[in-house]
Design a protein around this ligand. Sequence first.
Ligand SMILES: Cc1cc2nc3c(=O)[nH]c(=O)nc-3n(C[C@H](O)[C@H](O)[C@H](O)COP(=O)(O)O)c2cc1C
Length: 364
Amino acid sequence: MSRNAGIVTISHRLTGPRFFVAKDMSVLASLYPFIKPLLFKLDAEVAHTLTVKSMILAHKLGLLGSETPRKQTPVNALGLTFPNVLGLAAGMDKSASAVDAWGALGFGFVEVGTLTPRPQPGNPKPRLFRLPEHRALLNRMGFNNPGIHSAVEKLRHRRTKAIVGVNIGKNFDTPNEKAVDDYMHCLKAAYPVADYIAVNISSPNTKGLRDLQNEESIRALLGTLQKEQSELEKQHGRHVPVLVKIAPDLEELHIEALARVFNELGVEGIIATNTTISRAAVTGHPLVEQAGGLSGAPVTQRSTEVIAAFRNLLRSEIPIIGVGGIMNGKDAAEKIQAGAKLVQIYSGIVYAGPALIGDVLGTV
Ligand SMILES: Cc1cc2nc3c(=O)[nH]c(=O)nc-3n(C[C@H](O)[C@H](O)[C@H](O)COP(=O)(O)O)c2cc1C
């Protein structure tokens, strides 16, 4: 393989077809259209594990490109400078095992997790499904993760310039009355290594979790976390912003109530949205009865509506990270027009591959 004049040629020692990789496009992005049909023949979770492992290897071999040649327009938000507007959404790298690779692929930020105090296996398999006709995924992973302390150890050794957010949650067997203890545990553990912390109260796959979005519960939870955050700031001499990740399945009055609480408490940012429990966009599909959260194209519009609603209600200095069904650059631009300061992707990368990164960065 050789690199010259912005073109990567990986063919001269191969007898097969020649692949030319455009400038600013990683080798993986160019190969993805060939790899995707093979990956889609595998079980979705097996394909995911294989892809992440291959990416780590590709990064070690220097095949992912580097963070520097890509056009970067930095974004100042949360008191941080993000190398660019695009992040990897939570759930893709639950164990924080590939942050350097995601950075090399072109992401300006990577949100790892959701991480819980204790490691947990998540729900029984199968728990991740593709709905290719709808460019969607359905998952009920249930916070499978190696525990916050394992992720923190990995993050201590990271080398990427990408901003790293740590998304935290509660263990499945922690009752909601004690949820605050789990979030506190994770906040304290993640604080020294995180650039920001995302409080996940919106995954549909941990029983009762979304009840924490009730006005009283969220007020109590965030109030307690903010007090601890002030203590941690003194202890570590560094401010780490705390954000809240919310669901798309909120009614207007609920959005108003949440926005009121966020304004009153001075929440530093919100991430909108998680997956949806609505099946309206996939009626009649054989998987429609399966439990879990739906992501990808079916959530694009709703997530943009929720962003717009919060943008209208939140104090202007509170940034919104827009996520949900960004399948191309135009979807990302619409989220920014609706009021998102930064955007994240997950399902889109499964369908479009790493080329989506260039598409988004080239459009917004
Ligand atoms: C398989 C899978 C696992 C996910 N796990 C998490 C998670 O652990 N924590 C979280 O906050 N969001 C999780 N999400 C939600 C995504 O971060 C994102 O909010 C959602 O999928 C909508 O974005 P998308 O349409 O670009 O995928 C997960 C999504 C998928 C598809």
